[in-house]
Design a protein around this ligand. Sequence first.
Ligand SMILES: *Cc1c(COP(=O)(O)O)cnc(C)c1O
Length: 392
Amino acid sequence: MSEKMLFIDEALASLQESGLYNNIRAIESAQGAWLQIEGKKVLNMCSNNYLGLANHPRLVQAAKAAIDKYGVGPAAVRSIAGTQSIHEELDQEVAKFKHAEAALTLQGGFLANQAVIPSLVGKTDTILSDELNHASIIDGARLSSAKIKVFRHKDLAHLEELLQGPNDGRVLVITDGVFSMDGDIGDLDKIVELCEKYGAMSMVDDAHGEGVLGSHGRGIVDHFKLHGRCDVEIGTFSKAIGTVGGFVAGSAKLITYLKQRARPFLFSSALPAADVGATLEAFRLLQESDELVQKLWENARFFKQGMQDLGFDTGLSQTPITPVMIGEADVARQFSALLFTKGIFAMAIGFPTVPRGKARIRVMISASHSRGDLEFALEKFAAAGKEMELIS
Ligand SMILES: *Cc1c(COP(=O)(O)O)cnc(C)c1O
C-alpha cells in the first residue's frame, strides 16, 4: 500500500493496543434467543430484538406477501416514483400507533435524524442537545450547521440556563428517549415543559423506547402522556419492531413540510416492500396485544435483580438495557470473550461508543428469552465474573 495510506495501519495498531479494536462476529442463523456463531450455539444477549419480532412468523409471512404483490425493489426515491401504497399505509399505521397526527417513514433511524434536524434548523439557529445523545443526533445536528450547545446529561437546570440564552434564531431541544448505553429514561415531560416555557421546539429520538415504554410499547411520548405536545418524535423499526427503517411523527404540517424538504426522503430510495409489509404487521401485532411488552419487562426485572445479587454493577438502567459496568476496555473485551466460550454472546462496548474508562458489557434482554435462558446466563456470568475476579 502506498505511503499516503500508512495512517490506517497506525490507527488500527493503536486500536489493537488499547483493546478498542472491535472484532465483528458473523451470525449464521436468524435472530432469536439463541444464535449460531462460528458453528457454536450461543445465547444472544446483545441484540436490539426486544420483542423477538426479527424472525416472528407473522412478520416473515407479511414480508413474503408484500414481495408477491410489490416486488423486491422500490425503484425510486419516495418523492418521485418510489412511494407504493404500502408505504402510505405504513405512514398512517405509525401515526395511529403513536397517537400522532401524521408520520413519515424513512429508510432508517440514523437517516431520520439527518432528514429532520437540518430541515428544522439552519446556520442562524440553535440546537440544545443532551451530552449522551446518540451519534445520529450529533451528526444530524452538525449537518444542520446550527450552533450546537450541549447540556449535561439529564441536567434540567443546565438546560434551562441554556434556554434563557441568548440564543440565535430558532431553538431546537433534542434528547434520546431511552439512552442506549445506560438504559436510563430522558426527562421528556420536564423537557417539553421547559420548551413550552421558552418557546423552543422539542424533539425526542425514541429508538430504544418503541416497543418498550408506554401502553403496548407506544414509546416515551405515551409513557409521559405528552401526545401532541412533543413537537418531533423520531423512531426506528430496527429495534423492538424487528425490521429496518425509521420514521418521524408529529403534526400534519410538520410531515407535509418534511416531504418537501428532508433530503434523505428526496434523494435516497424508499424502503423495500418486504420490509414495509413486515413492519406493518409488527404494529398490528403490538396493537392487538401487549403480552410481549409485559414479558420483556418481567425478563428484564428478573435478570437485573439476579445480576445485582451476584454483585455486578448494572449502572443507572431503568429499562431492559442492562449495562454490566467493567471500566477498562481490554478487561471488558476479555470478559466478553470468556463469556463466549461459556455459550453467552454479549459484546463489550468501549470508547468511542461510551466514554473512556466506562467500558461495559451491554446486556440486552428480550421477550424471546425463556426463564431457563436467563438462569443459564446468570450462572455463566457468575462463573466468568469469579474467574476474572470481577465479583467475589
Ligand atoms: C439505534 C439508534 C438509531 C439508529 O437507528 P437505525 O434505524 O438502526 O438507523 C438512531 N437513534 C438512536 C437513539 C438509536 O438508538
